[in-house]
Design a protein around this ligand. Structure first.
Ligand code: C2E
Ligand code: MG
Ligand code: MG
Ligand code: MG
Length: 279
């Protein structure tokens, strides 16, 4: 590696560090401009009923149309924005864009499905998320049940149990849907599942893949799915890529999936066409 190699490589390493710092500086400085220029765009990935193939919901995923760097995926800027404490602005901007889009669908009389949005854990530490999203939803007159708040398992694990349960309760009281995202990627115990008052449990792609490796693994995932369903949650399998995976999960009793096998995330127009009933 660069660190252990001879002198020249160390320079290269420093050069890379310097470049990374420059890019980060640039990104940080550009946030306000990027918002103003509407460079952040919501892509939509359908959630599908595996039995009927009907679209039962979707997730909004942020993309950054950077004027010089091109289309940036969340992994290349979300962690940095999170570190800088500015991801909350992007999340609310996305939520606003989603509400504006749902409003146009409602006005066109389309059969709108619930849209889920991702929220960084920073919202639960510093801001009044519920007031903020209620104001945005109400400004566009969007019924709250059409909006789903995705909170990751690790976010829930990182805030105190009291904070998490109050937050979920308040979201519920305001009529929003709640999804626990990336479940099985972190350290949640099964015991926590009963105390999480969520509507939807999204099984992380890595967890689903691992769960399909053999009969013993399958028993674990099967029982988790059953438990979640009995606790009143809808289970969504993330990252379904193959027909084989879909078949196994259907047999286990999972109804809803999100994955490349069905659809990739797509731009608003493409998703709107999927919602539009055939003439
Ligand atoms: P996530 O919330 O778990 O979203 C699912 C990710 O899995 C998306 O990646 C999606 O494109 C990808 N995916 C879906 N189906 C498949 C599949 O079959 N195979 C594979 N390999 N991947 C699949 P994406 O769009 O790159 O987003 C990555 C992560 O960035 C998201 O994971 C979420 O944690 C974060 N993110 C995205 N949008 C936002 C946002 O608006 N705010 C915040 N705070 N985070 C966001
Ligand atoms: Mg998500
Ligand atoms: Mg996820
Ligand atoms: Mg995930």
């Amino acid at each position: 590696s660069a660190k252990t190699a001879a002198g020249g490589s160390v320079v290269l390493y420093d050069e890379e560090m310097r470049k990374k710092a420059l890019i980060e500086q640039e990104l940080e400085g550009r946030l306000a401009v990027a918002m103003e220029q509407r460079e952040f765009e919501a892509y939509y990935q359908p959630k599908v009923d595996m039995n009927t193939r009907a679209i039962v919901g979707c997730e909004a995923l942020v993309r950054w149309n950077h004027p010089e760097l091109g289309l940036l995926m969340p992994n290349s800027f979300v962690p940095f924005f999170e570190k800088k404490g500015i991801i909350t602005d992007v999340d609310l901007y996305m939520f606003d864009q989603v509400c504006r889009t749902i409003r146009t669908w409602l006005d066109k009389g389309l059969p709108v499905v619930a849209v889920s949005c991702n929220f960084s854990q920073l919202h639960f530490e510093h801001t009044d998320l519920i007031k903020q999203i209620s104001e945005i939803a109400d400004r566009y007159q969007i019924p709250h049940h059409l909006l789903e708040v995705e909170i990751t398992e690790s976010t829930i694990a990182s805030v105190s149990e009291g904070v998490a349960s109050v937050l979920l309760m308040q979201l519920k009281q305001h009529g929003f849907q709640i999804a626990i995202d990336d479940f099985g990627s972190g350290y949640s115990s099964l015991g926590q599942l009963q105390s999480l008052r969520a509507d939807v449990l999204k099984l992380d792609r890595s967890f689903v893949c691992a769960g399909l490796q053999g009969p013993r693994e399958q028993i674990v995932i099967e029982n988790l799915v059953n438990m979640a369903v009995e606790l009143g949650m809808e289970v969504v399998c993330e990252g379904m890529e193959t027909e084989a995976q879909v078949n196994v999960l259907r047999e286990i009793g999972c109804r809803i999936a999100q994955g490349y096998y069905f659809y990739r995330p797509m731009q608003t127009d493409a998703f709107e066409r999927l919602l539009t009933p055939e003439a």
